[in-house]
Design a protein around this ligand. Structure first.
Ligand code: SF4
Length: 282
């Protein structure tokens, strides 16, 4: 039986992208290939806010402080917080999911596999989890990824098999790709991988989501979108306001919506911020 290191497993409303508003189980795996310390910082500067959080003071994710700069899910990849993330068997994960969804069986709930970066080595464990008897009836899965990890041949074959039409529904995989612009602080040649994102379209419905704060970010998003299009990317493109905390989000959301309209792109909200203050476990 496979195991996954799980940062969080909770039931909430999807706040972003295609499934905004849909009741969803969030499975947050541990580990990421990025740090995204540039979010919310002046150009060229990196946040040290999460470095000031002392891991020894916390025993649960729900108790961790929120940050207004850098990655808002820092504890899901920062090794200093690894002890908060247990290694669970796929059996234990499936059991736990049944406990947290309202009718103890899959109905209209959607599964979000997020991170960290969920397409790192964990690709090897997902088939075991998704073939588990308790996962029968699950119709829709989204992988929330930064779009830099290739899908392995075995996992790709599994994704196609999982989407075979059933008697009364057609299962569907979505890749929600949050490609990182320069405001993330990550190196562009590592963050912008249109070859990899185009390959996701072979395995599921794929869209791009750019987190932006300023007109300059929006311009970069549009130029970057053109690079993905030139490589053959066909899916929709969203702009989403920066802001893991409400004060930052509220400064940005309307302006980003206007930038999306002006450029003929989709707008994605971050409903988890006004609804739940983006607390851990929401
Ligand atoms: S890719 Fe996502 S999880 Fe990883 S550091 Fe960036 S924002 Fe955080």
């Amino acid at each position: 039986m496979s195991k996954l290191k799980i940062a969080e497993l909770f039931y909430s409303i999807q706040g972003e992208g295609r499934y905004m508003g849909v009741p969803s189980v969030f499975l947050r795996t541990f580990g990421c290939n990025f740090k995204c310390a540039g979010f919310g910082m002046p150009k060229g500067e990196l946040s040290t806010e999460a470095n000031l959080v002392d891991p020894s003071k916390y025993s649960k994710y729900e108790e961790l402080p929120l940050v207004s700069t850098g990655c808002d899910s820092y504890a899901s990849w920062d090794p200093r917080f690894k002890d908060l993330s247990p290694m669970l068997t796929t059996d234990a994960i499936a059991e736990r999911i049944m406990e947290i969804i309202p009718f103890n069986e899959w109905r209209d709930e959607h599964l979000v596999i997020t991170g960290g970066e969920p397409l790192l080595g964990w690709q090897r464990a997902y088939p075991d989890l998704l073939r588990h008897p308790k996962m029968r009836g699950l119709k829709e899965i989204t992988f929330e990824t930064n779009g830099t990890q290739e899908i392995s041949k075995d996992f790709g074959d599994f994704l196609i098999e999982w989407q075979m039409p059933q008697v009364d529904y057609v299962p569907e995989i979505t890749f929600s790709v949050s490609a990182k612009l320069s405001c993330s602080g990550e190196e562009r040649h590592e963050a912008i991988r249109p070859d990899i994102v185009c390959s996701y379209e072979e395995y599921g419905y794929t869209y791009l989501k750019f987190v932006v704060a300023t007109e300059e970010d929006a311009e970069e998003a549009i130029e970057t979108a053109d690079i993905y299009r030139a490589e053959g990317f066909t899916g929709p493109i969203y702009l989403m306001p920066v802001g893991g905390v409400e004060s930052v989000y509220a400064l940005n959301n309307r302006r980003v919506a206007e930038l999306a309209m002006k450029n003929g792109l989709r707008y994605s909200d971050r409903l988890q911020v006004p609804l739940f203050k983006n607390e851990w476990g929401t």
